[in-house]
Design a protein around this ligand. Structure first.
Ligand SMILES: NC(=O)c1ccc[n+]([C@@H]2O[C@H](COP(=O)([O-])OP(=O)(O)OC[C@H]3O[C@@H](n4cnc5c(N)ncnc54)[C@H](OP(=O)(O)O)[C@@H]3O)[C@@H](O)[C@H]2O)c1
Length: 384
């Protein structure tokens, strides 16, 4: 799925400018005019506000895998062209509708919207905005809604992660992967095993407690000690530098064997799985007694099936997480996740990792950067 999408986006990288509509105040926006084709950057007329709506000058919009899938017609939520992709942003309130009380002109905010965030301006309901604390930058704030929101829901609400439990996350150097590592280590005090595809076996300590480096062999750890080995892969180095205690190569080595070795045969308590296909099965088999696996995504393009006997054998639980659905089905929980994340940011507990910033005019390059697996951490689009 991802490969097909990459080929489609990669066909043409140029961005066309269409003229602004005569007489209307315009703002620039990325526009998907035809599924699978490169986006255009076009001037759009500013819509009139409804009583509870807020107009925000967007500073940064987060790029998510889902935006790319939506522009390919491959996402579960379908949008008919023309539409502007983008489901999250940070920015400053420009104007408020007559019944808005939650925010005022000049407030810095993060916001969520199904589409339309990859633009200089975005109009949303006041309920979809949260104020950014003074000490949190607009760049960092733009990373919070989807990546950190999903990570929070997966670890805390779905898997009920407990302190000192072990966590395994796939696509760990991606936006959500690094958010999971950050929250698991810095907020929920877990131990994190991270998987990446390049280096052989790579392990090091987190939290400054490094004990030893070695290559390849099985390593066990207990709660007082972290024994480490090192490889050379940049993605693995990145996750290790960002809090993971171990990194495992899942394209060149058996993920199951490595996790078994790292956990002394026990397996992990919680796994957050984002790749799908055979990786999913290996992760499922790497769970400990009464472990929990959370299905987060299928970046590799293959939706796996679950052999029910694997759930039975070790009394494990399999569940899903779908961030945007919580906005409709359980808004108080959704909003409390956002508030908690902003509070962690205010307290300096979390460190969002931004791997690349693209200008709005470079939106197609940004899409390709993610599709070609070149990205690490969050990719954001700057409107400046
Ligand atoms: N359920 C939800 O609510 C929710 C929310 C956010 C994200 N997600 C999903 O979680 C996954 C990761 O999202 P993200 O925003 O963290 O994405 P991201 O930063 O773009 O990372 C995606 C990573 O997936 C890995 N990958 C494995 N096979 C791939 C392939 N064939 N093509 C492209 N990438 C591949 C790559 O890491 P390696 O090179 O290290 O393998 C890549 O860096 C996606 O599937 C996304 O749709 C779901």
């Amino acid at each position: 799925m991802a490969a097909a999408a990459a080929a489609a986006v990669g066909r043409r990288l140029c961005i066309l400018r269409l003229p602004a509509q005569h007489g209307a105040r315009g703002y620039r926006a990325a526009l998907c005019t035809q599924l699978t084709q490169p986006l255009l950057v076009q001037d759009l007329p500013a819509p009139r506000l409804q009583p509870r709506q807020v107009r925000v000058r967007v500073h940064y919009s987060g790029l998510n895998f889902a935006d790319i899938l939506a522009c390919q017609g491959l996402y579960q939520e379908k949008h008919a062209p023309p539409f502007t992709p983008g489901m999250e942003f940070s920015g400053t309130v420009m104007e408020t509708g007559e019944n808005v009380s939650a925010v005022k002109e000049g407030h810095r905010v993060i916001g969520v919207t199904g589409i339309s965030a990859m633009a200089e301006e975005c109009v949303v309901d006041e309920k979809a905005l949260w104020q950014i604390p003074d000490n949190v930058s607009s760049e960092d704030a733009a990373v919070l809604p989807v990546a950190y929101g999903t990570a929070w829901l997966a670890l805390h609400h779905r898997a009920h992660l407990q302190p000192r439990e072990t966590v395994l996350v796939t696509a760990g150097a991606g936006a959500t992967g690094l958010a999971i590592i950050d929250l698991a280590v810095s907020v929920f005090q877990a131990k994190v095993l991270r998987c990446c595809p390049f280096s052989p076996v790579l392990m090091c300590s987190s939290l400054g407690k490094q004990v030893a480096w070695s290559h390849g062999d099985a390593v066990a750890e207990n709660q007082d000690q972290v024994i480490a080995a090192a490889g050379s892969d940049p993605k693995c180095q990145l996750v290790l530098a960002n809090g993971a205690s171990h990194a495992v190569n899942y394209s060149q080595n058996s993920l199951r064997e490595q996790v078994t070795a790292l956990t002394g045969g026990r397996g992990v308590d919680v796994a957050i799985e984002a790749v799908g296909g055979d990786i999913f099965k290996a992760v499922l088999q790497s769970l400990a007694w009464e472990g929990r696996i959370v299905v987060m995504g299928f970046a590799g393009g293959k939706i796996p099936s679950i052999p029910a006997n694997l759930l039975l054998l070790k009394n494990v639980s399999a569940m899903g997480v779908y961030w945007s659905r919580y906005q409709q089905e359980d808004f108080p929980l959704f909003s409390s996740a956002m508030s908690s994340l902003l509070q962690y940011g205010r307290e300096g507990k979390i460190r969002p990792y931004i791997g690349a910033v693209f200008k709005l005019e470079e939106v197609n390059e940004a899409f390709n950067h993610v599709l070609q697996r070149k990205s690490t951490g969050k990719v954001i689009i700057s409107m400046k």
